[in-house]
Write a protein that binds this ligand. Structure first.
Ligand SMILES: [Zn+2]
Length: 331
């Protein structure tokens, strides 16, 4: 039975993509130990606990991918573009507090890819926090707030800007990568990929990946189109480079493996009232309460802690198999 589940998981992963995720948690080891203890009739296994999760097997899931840029007080009141891209540290802290108080669980693209490949569950009320462009305040202002909340996030870094006065440094990128922040690529020079030559497009996409991977020492699998500018040729280039997902600036919260190169996001604008922020998250993905072995906390790659994957793969109830698409778009 366990072997069959493990084989099913491997087959499912193999059909999703020929590029394996590097940090996905193996399913087999985590379900074997409690099951073996039960077979031997031992009473030392800890009692199961109830957990609320998004169960495996859904083709599409509602996971708001929030889009931030600067976390700062906009320095020039006349700069309307800068204002709209700047969430103040006070507002940002309030938003993170609200997410924590209302049971939201920030996940990263490793988690979302893992779910859609059938490797892992998602926690209840999953949300992805993305920060575009790799501005210095991502490290100096957002990162400490995220750490204080124990939140994962994703930083889309423009590789050619690393080390410039307004951007993160090499050391800062490495520190974030080691402490719960997934680093994604955002081209070499923030070029509009739909308006440059094929050769330039190739360089912007491939070189940004190679340069971040050299800096981090592991594959970089997630991409973000500068200014949301994308067409079919750009998608093909990003896929050919070996990326596994890419995000746009189009609004929406419903995501599947099939549209993983055009995942939509939820913009968080400067001066946005908290009730607007909350409304933009939309309806949460339905959850199920499951019994699973008492979780043993294990160190995450960055010192943050996360729950191990402990449930068996099984088909979802028919009623929950696919959420209706009618409320996908956010006004
Ligand atoms: Zn950008």
């Amino acid at each position: 039975m366990l072997i069959a589940l493990a084989v099913a998981a491997i087959v499912q992963a193999a059909t999703f993509s020929d590029v394996a995720p590097v940090r996905a948690q193996p399913l087999v080891g985590s379900i074997t130990r409690p099951a073996v203890a039960a077979l031997r009739g031992r009473t030392t296994a800890p009692a199961p606990v109830s957990s609320e999760i998004v169960p495996p097997g859904r083709q599409s899931v509602r996971v708001p991918i929030l889009m931030y840029h600067y976390i700062r007080v906009n320095p020039d009141p006349r700069d309307k573009v800068g204002f709209n891209l700047s969430v103040t540290p006070a507002d940002f802290t309030q938003q993170m507090d609200w997410l924590a108080q209302h049971g939201y669980h920030p996940v990263d693209f490793d988690d979302l890819r893992g779910y859609l490949m059938g490797h892992a569950n998602l926690p209840s009320r999953p949300v992805v926090l993305t920060f575009d462009d790799g501005y210095r305040d991502m490290y100096t202002t957002a990162f400490p707030v995220l750490r204080a909340h124990g939140f994962k996030a994703v930083s889309y870094v423009v590789s050619g800007f690393v080390g410039s006065p307004s951007s993160v440094t090499v050391d800062q990128v490495q520190q974030m990568n080691a402490n719960g922040i997934e680093i994604g690529a955002h081209t070499v020079s923030h070029a509009d990929l739909t308006r440059i030559s094929p050769a330039e497009r190739h360089r912007e996409v491939f070189d940004s990946k190679a340069s971040l991977e050299a800096l981090l020492g592991h594959p970089v699998l997630d991409f973000c189109y500068p200014s949301g500018r994308v067409d079919d040729a750009v998608v093909r280039e990003v896929e050919a480079a070996g990326f596994e997902t890419a995000t746009t600036t189009q609004p929406g919260v419903l995501h599947s493996a099939g549209d993983r190169f055009t995942w939509t996001r939820v913009r968080v604008g400067g001066g946005e009232p908290l009730d607007q922020f909350v409304a933009n998250l939309g309806q949460s993905e339905p959850t199920e309460v499951v019994q699973q072995p008492r979780p043993r906390l294990t160190p995450d790659r960055g010192g943050l802690r996360q729950l191990p994957v402990t449930f068996p793969l099984r088909p979802p109830p028919a009623a929950l198999a696919e959420a209706p698409a009618t409320t996908e778009l956010i006004p």
